[in-house]
Design a protein around this ligand. Structure first.
Ligand code: CMC
Length: 428
């Protein structure tokens, strides 16, 4: 195959370079097209547009492949830990024993947050959604570490900012929940590992001893691994584009948290459980809800179904479905919502509408069921996703900075009024 593509505009031909990735994915480089021909390309929602060249995550949506730095999600979920995956994503290689021990030690020691964070938290009413609180607290780090406003600092200073963020994220997440339910916050416990520490800060009560259930902590760790990166999705693209203006790491990640919050992206895990609960309260008639999802006049969509890039199955959903069965069995939980979920999945997989459009359960379809079984409140589900996605966002921000990528600034095709004269208010 030639390494150029020919495009004809108004009878004139232009040769455009084709670039190829390490997995033989090809892309036409149109960056000079406007300068040569006067036309731009348009692709709302970036359905067929690459925004960068990245060496972090490989995804083949047709084959259901997901790999972080070359390692399959299946192997990482089975054999690795969330912090090891975080190291892999951020630094590009699996750590040696010594590197991992230094990394975990630093993450443990930076988990405490400034006492004034409590004052900020107290300003939020109990009606606050924890995602809004989380993004505010992450952005507030720019106030506690003003030097972070300069992303051109030395690599070691940037790295300290990264360590601080990974370390403090579980504290922010747990505190946003405690504040919402009106309980005193728990401080991090350096004797715990990353996930058990988060659980202790979330669930421990002042008057009681608390020990995280290892079954729950392991399941949570696996969920975090499965969410850790997903190449150029909505929130990650947001992080890269905000960072491309040389905004700080904390401001960029805070923006990513907000992008994740929406129900079409990470907010789907909360929306799935709310949908399943609605179906149950409504009598459990899954056929009625399937019909609603297919009705173009009805805004309802089957939450947890469909994906921009996965067209045969979502490999994360496959692992999560099995993990959901294991966890429910180990904890002895019998959740009627699981039966509704399984019923919906079976119907959708047989239904022409879903089959034709290649709509399969995505990562969020079963993750909510596990979070529920683990005792995580529904409005904290997307916060769990954010905790998991954090190392991916950081790795992508770091790569964008190290590659010295230009500011993200798409073009548009203008469809408004042509020039017209201003009319005085009295004459309108
Ligand atoms: N229920 C019913 N119809 C659907 C659904 C759904 N969940 N998803 C897509 N469709 C239909 C859609 O109406 C369209 O139909 P038509 O061709 O007749 O117009 C067709 O399928 C293609 O959908 P699209 O909206 O053009 O696809 P997209 O790539 O722009 O959107 C999506 C992808 C994930 C936003 C969408 O499938 C959706 O809204 N799903 C439900 C929300 C959800 O579960 N989101 C979590 C995604 S996984 C977590 C993450 O990585 O963000």
């Amino acid at each position: 195959m030639s390494n150029t593509a020919e495009i004809k505009v108004g009878g004139q031909s232009y040769d455009l370079p084709i670039i190829e990735g390490t997995e033989q994915e090809k892309a036409i480089d149109i960056s000079k097209l406007r300068g040569q021909s006067g036309v731009i390309t348009i692709d709302p929602g970036f359905k067929n547009t690459g925004s960068t060249q990245s060496s972090i995550t490989f995804l083949d949506g047709e084959k259901g492949i997901l790999r972080y730095r070359g390692y399959s999600i299946e192997q990482l979920a089975e054999k690795s830990s969330f912090l090891e995956v975080a190291y892999l994503l951020v630094y590009g290689q699996l750590p040696t024993t010594e590197e991992f021990s230094r990394f975990t030690d630093k993450i443990t020691r930076h988990s405490l947050v400034h006492e004034d964070i409590k004052t900020i938290l107290e300003g939020f009413p109990s009606t606050s959604h924890p995602m809004g609180v989380l993004s505010s607290l992450v952005c507030a780090q720019t106030a506690f570490y003003p030097e972070s406003l300069d992303p051109n600092r030395s690599a070691s200073e940037v790295d300290l900012g990264i360590i601080r963020l990974i370390a403090k994220m579980p504290t922010f997440a747990a505190w946003s929940y405690k504040n919402k339910i009106g309980q005193p916050v728990n401080y991090p416990d350096n004797k715990q590992n990353y996930t058990s520490n988060f659980m202790k800060m979330m669930f421990a009560l002042p008057a009681e001893e608390y020990e995280a259930d290892p079954v729950v902590a392991d399941a949570l760790d696996k969920l975090l691994i499965l969410h850790a990166d997903h190449e150029q999705n909505c929130s990650t693209s947001t992080v890269r584009i905000v960072g491309s203006s040389h905004a700080s790491l904390y401001a960029s990640i805070s923006a990513g948290i907000n992008a994740l919050w929406g129900p079409l992206h990470g907010g789907a895990n909360q929306a799935v459980i709310e949908m399943l609960e609605n179906i149950k309260t409504d009598g459990g008639d899954t056929k009625k809800w399937m019909a609603k999802a297919k009705d173009k006049e009805d805004p309802f969509r089957l939450m947890g179904f469909g994906h921009r890039v996965y067209k045969n199955f979502d490999p994360r959903a496959k692992i999560i479905k099995k993990a959901a069965d294991d966890v429910l069995e180990k904890l002895g939980v019998n959740d009627p919502i699981l039966d509704i979920a399984k019923g919906l999945e079976e119907e959708a997989l047989r239904d022409d509408y879903f089959v034709e459009r290649k709509l399969y359960p995505n990562v969020d379809f079963y993750s909510g069921i596990i979070y529920r079984a683990l005792g995580i409140p529904t409005d904290m589900f997307t916060v769990m996703f954010a905790m998991g996605r954090l190392p991916g966002w950081i790795a992508q921000w770091k790569e964008m900075r190290e590659n010295k990528e230009p500011i993200g600034r798409p073009r548009q095709v203008y469809t408004g009024f042509n020039e017209r004269d201003y009319v005085d208010m009295s004459n309108r």
